[in-house]
Design a protein around this ligand. Sequence first.
Ligand code: A3P
Length: 302
Amino acid sequence: LPQHTCTWLQGIMTLYKYQGFWNVQNFSQKTILAQSYKAQPSDILVCSCPKTGTTWLKALTFAIVTRKKFDELASPLLTTLPHDCVPFLENHLEKIQKNHSDFPIIATHLPYSSLPESVITSGCKIVYIYRNIKDVLVSYYHFVRELVNLPLEDASFEAAFDEYCQGISSSGPYWDHILEFWKASQEMPERFLFLKYEDLKKEPTSNVKRLAEFLGYPFSTEEEKAGVVENIIQLCSFGNLSTLEVNKSGKYQADEHFALEHRLFFRKAKDGDWENYFTNEMKEKIDKLIDEKLHGTGLVLK
Ligand code: A3P
């Protein structure tokens, strides 16, 4: 596979290009294994590029779908990592296949073109979250840096920026990841819901209701009156999830060889943090790049 050793990470990490997208070495193997997944029509798939709000969307989707079983005071989200409530297909295939009914919702960072055939043919629902590329980049920079234990002063943001703009990032190029899902959604609009991180933040109530409706779990008038929507938003909020003991001190076991501190999935959750990192020149360069990539698609990533 074509490979690239990340200079901004002092060479600690190497990414490999597989089926048009960059990722860590064992991801190609995981992608191949994931092809045996037998998706059911009732499955819900949460899809995203890393750092776009995956953890948040997992929690919201899980809370919506399981709300009749557990109210917000007894939700498994209070004591279980969102990544264990909604496992990643590529990381936990065996567990999902063995106990499929326990996992009505699964997540994936796989690009659309690498999804198992059964996902396409089953008719299952797909929710895709995306976010302003500049904030994704800053989030990615910190996440990966901390993952490999590289101190801030040793990780050049400028070099990270350059690699990201070349499309070299885990699950990148970011724009190709989004565009593949976007194009598929144009052909099968009834199967896809696109959510933008910034919209979810700005207007959580209407977007959570939209999500619930799309998933086939709409809120009843009684539920709305009883404040169920707001309770779910509060349960899944950054302020709540990031301060729960399980999320602060828990470890996410990504596979049998690799575990990471779950707290890394919670940083600032702030819109526009990129302004603290980008020079004017960087801003212009990435805006131009994204304009070129998304021209005519109707998507906005700025
Ligand atoms: P920042 O690094 O900008 O803070 P992912 O879950 O796809 O890895 O994305 C992680 C990003 O989502 C991080 O962004 C993280 O802080 C933010 N995040 C995590 N939980 C969130 C929540 N409940 N609400 C809003 N943002 C959240």
